[in-house]
Design a protein around this ligand. Structure first.
Ligand SMILES: Cc1cc2nc3c(=O)[nH]c(=O)nc-3n(C[C@H](O)[C@H](O)[C@H](O)COP(=O)(O)OP(=O)(O)OC[C@H]3O[C@@H](n4cnc5c(N)ncnc54)[C@H](O)[C@@H]3O)c2cc1C
Length: 485
């Protein structure tokens, strides 16, 4: 009997656990270690953040789903991996610390034959002084953060209803933050809700971002087909912001936030500030902060993980100038180069390089959006990692028949831009591949026939449909495995 241990029950980990159990059946164990007792569909947090969904609509309890599927769940956080075992254990294991009511604080060594690290991002608010929901800015990165943001947003809406002007600042709160898409979506939803309440005369909405040009999204921007024309995402995004009355500050690295004011540097090294009444700024992302030790107990964290705490996999991490990176540097099976039974899926794997060109200002501050790994690739990677592990367990071979390089796969992103069955809007963007491949597609970097951008009501319906469909799938209901990632 083999033991597959999955760290994290987000889009990548939950997908991996369900697929592994389906493929391996009762003959093998699948164990999920995750500190949150709930599964959350993070993309719909945006709607929680503008009061259009209750937090309970975007999460559900994992326990009944795992019980039904025969998956063991430990409500704990992984703190260290011992991929060679140690003097007391011949088998590799992961040290976990429980957070549930009964065992809170207790530690356990969970042995594994195969380990999938799918711990997602640590929301690194601490990397920017004054950032975060317990300091001076809001967040929509989880359902509880989003619910808190909605409470604060209502206060601003109430002030505007009384005739008081409010400034909203939405964007990235760290010079190297990613996930611009989520902030973009929140900015559009705020603008839509303000407009719906006929309060636009009292609102100034600002976008602040580390992107060199709008529409970069950490993907180095894209050329998209729109109404039959090829348009850069810069124009696509600027025209949407114009339509929604949102002004912007780009090439900005936010370094510090105080009550009602964000401090940032630009690429010329100027130190500037922007005042706000309500701010939602995405933090920098880091790995979960796990340690790694060899058999003798030596700390090998720096060998297993990149400096940002994300796990090194089968990518080419050789330092090279930005211009020399290529699509083939990106991983395809997400296996640790040191331990062949250890994998990292979703945001937990360390990308080999920036997709967007990094710029450093005269003060030495690098301002660049780091590469995003959105829901679709996270789910696909979780799936192929589980399929390869099941293949290895069942056949005893070391092959990896399933591959999913972000430089080969496409992704769709639907950015909600207003909620309502008849008046809703969304911007739909598909890119193929996610990481541009200038060797294969020298003209546009991507396959222009599959790289599309459109805005309309249909996109809103799709986004709403995806909310219900992906929650249905994640609950493991009838036919879940037929629904694509
Ligand atoms: C507001 C917002 C909106 C978004 N909208 C979209 C969208 O519309 N479309 C899209 O494609 N993507 C969207 N994304 C991105 C998407 O949510 C992520 O790509 C996706 O969640 C990444 O999956 P993951 O499994 O790697 O990480 P997560 O989903 O974050 O899961 C990580 C898991 O690891 C667990 N964990 C953390 N630390 C530990 C530990 N030490 N030990 C064990 N477990 C641990 C967590 O509890 C969690 O269960 C959005 C993101 C945000 C923040």
């Amino acid at each position: 009997m083999a033991k597959v241990v999955v760290l994290g029950a987000g889009i990548a980990g939950h997908t991996a656990a369900m697929i592994a159990k389906k493929k391996l059946g009762k003959a093998h164990d699948v164990i999920v270690v995750s500190p949150n007792s709930n599964y959350q569909w993070i993309p719909s947090s945006i709607w929680v953040g503008v009061g259009l969904m209750k937090p309970e609509q975007v999460y559900f309890k994992l326990a009944p789903v795992y019980t039904k599927m025969g998956i063991v769940h430990k409500q704990a956080a992984a703190v260290a991996i011992h991929p060679e075992g140690d003097a007391t254990s011949a088998k590799p294991y992961v040290k976990v610390r429980y957070v549930d009511k009964e065992k809170s604080g207790q530690e356990e060594n969970v042995e594994y034959d195969y380990l999938i690290n799918a711990t997602g991002p640590k929301l690194n608010f601490a990397a920017t002084e004054g950032l975060g929901p317990d300091k001076f800015t809001n967040s929509v990165c989880s359902y509880d953060h989003a619910a808190h943001a909605w409470e604060n947003l209502q206060k601003s809406l109430e002030k505007m209803e009384k005739g008081e002007k409010q400034t909203f600042l939405i964007g990235t709160g760290h010079p190297m933050a990613t996930c611009q898409g989520a902030a973009f979506e929140y900015a559009l939803n705020i603008a839509f809700e303000i407009d719906k309440r006929k309060l636009h005369d009292f609102a100034e909405i600002w976008w602040i971002s580390n992107e060199y040009e709008l529409g970069d999204f950490g993907l180095g921007g894209a050329y998209v087909k729109r109404n039959g024309y090829v348009t850069p995402t810069k124009i696509f995004t600027e025209s949407i912001f114009k339509e929604y009355g949102i002004r912007w500050i780009k090439r900005a690295g936010v370094t510090k936030v105080e009550q009602g004011v964000a401090h940032y540097e630009d690429l010329d090294g100027n130190k500037l500030s922007k005042a706000f009444d309500f701010a939602m700024l995405i933090p920098g992302f880091a790995g979960a902060g796990m340690k790694a030790y060899d058999k003798a107990g030596e700390d090998i964290t720096a060998k297993v993980f990149a400096p940002n705490g994300m796990m090194k996999v089968d990518a080419d991490y050789t330092p090279k100038p930005y211009e020399q990176w290529s699509a083939i540097d990106w991983p395809s099976i997400y296996q640790s180069p040191l331990y062949d039974n250890v994998y990292a899926a979703g945001i937990a794997f360390a990308p080999p390089h920036d997709i967007s060109k990094p710029y450093t200002n005269p003060n030495g501050l690098t301002i660049v959006p780091t590469p995003p790994r959105t829901g679709m690739p996270s789910g696909v990677i979780g799936k192929i990692v589980a399929e390869n592990i099941a293949h290895r367990i069942k056949t005893g071979s070391k092959d990896h028949p399933h591959r999913a390089s972000m430089a080969r796969m496409g992704a769709a992103c639907i950015v909600s831009a207003g909620y309502g069955i008849r008046k809703g809007q969304a911007a739909v963007m598909t890119v193929s591949p996610i990481v541009p491949d200038w060797d294969t597609y020298p003209k546009w970097g991507r396959n222009i026939n599959d790289t599309v951008g459109e805005v309309g009501l249909a996109g809103h319906w799709m986004k709403l449909f995806m909310h219900y469909m992906f929650i249905y799938k994640a609950k493991g209901k009838f036919g879940w495995n037929l629904i694509p990632e």
